[in-house]
Design a protein around this ligand. Structure first.
Ligand code: NAD
Length: 267
């Protein structure tokens, strides 16, 4: 599989590089980072703490797409629109793991998905993909007087809050309950009494937390808690590569991790 990695020298870019080199059958035909990044011009393998692989970090995605089977993008939300347009122009599928995408980015993804396969996943781990389904199922099964609260924790450098995964869990709960997420979500609660039907979020930021998520359904006299703790970024990296492998050769369209893992059948 010939891959271009975008956000090459970031925490996830390097984790994906290491996981791919370990797999042995992945070739990096491009490594993209932002203009001015310290990594530009350096060898991707060496940046990942491994022997050189002969792929240097550059800044123009369109230039390297000619040889690519798939793009894996874990960079910045501000880069998503341009990356989608470049991939759609070149006819190259894209896996987007970047979080914090706004409505414009999702609209651009819908447009690009008319031409190429586009997979967007706020979390590419197998465990979280399963958790999303379990949360949807719990929200569907439990009565509406069970209050839904989502707590997430990440490292001190994380740019967005609540995390893309926490929001995806909230959307899964809302879908299970048959309500519109945007009408019930309370992304940052400060003071005041809880309103019936809300889906509330609480955020922890500190140290090197890789990613913790906990969804609580709190009823009268009992609570159900579903959760996931990531202790190693390699889980997201392996999942992203698995998604990329699955996406190559698919028809144009929007896809998600559930499609890759085949979990849509459990409910
Ligand atoms: P990071 O800050 O360590 O790395 C981001 C990289 O992208 C940096 O090298 C930065 O220079 C580069 N970048 C910034 N703007 C760019 C641009 N315009 N073009 C190309 N490269 C650009 O962050 P990270 O921890 O690696 O996370 C990256 C993204 O992935 C974040 O949005 C994060 O929330 C998300 N993430 C997703 C998952 C998942 O499972 N989907 C897991 C972890 C992190």
């Amino acid at each position: 599989m010939r891959v271009v990695i975008v956000g090459a020298s970031g925490r996830m870019g390097l984790a994906i590089t290491r996981a791919a080199i370990e797999m042995g059958d992945v070739m990096f035909v491009g490594a993209i980072d932002r203009e001015g990044a310290a990594a530009v011009g350096r060898d991707l393998g060496e940046l990942a703490g491994l022997p050189a692989i002969g792929t240097r970090v550059t800044t123009d995605l369109a230039v390297v797409l000619g040889d690519a089977d798939v793009v894996i993008d874990f960079s910045a939300a501000s880069a998503t629109l341009g990356n989608l347009a470049a991939c759609a122009n070149a006819g190259v599928p894209i896996v987007i793991g970047t979080t914090g995408l706004d409505a414009d980015a999702h609209s651009a993804a819908a447009v690009a998905a008319q031409h190429i396969p586009v997979l967007i996943a706020a979390n590419t781990s197998l465990g979280v993909t399963l958790l999303l389904e379990l949360v949807r199922q719990a929200a569907r099964s439990l009565p509406a007087d069970f209050d839904i609260e989502i707590v997430e924790g990440h490292h001190r450098h994380k740019k967005d809050a609540p995390s893309g995964t926490a929001l995806a869990l909230g959307r899964a709960a809302a879908a299970g309950r048959g309500v519109e997420f945007d009408r019930v979500a309370v992304p940052a609660r400060t003071g005041g009494e809880r309103q019936r039907g809300e889906i509330g979020f609480a955020v922890v930021r500190g140290g090197d937390i890789v990613g913790d998520h906990q969804v609580t359904f709190a009823g009268e006299g009992e609570r159900v808690t579903l959760g996931h703790q990531a202790t190693d970024r390699a889980i997201f990296a392996r999942g992203a590569l698995q998604a990329a492998r699955w996406l190559v050769g698919r028809p144009a369209g929007r896809y998600e991790m559930l499609d890759v893992i085949g979990l849509k059948t459990i409910v």
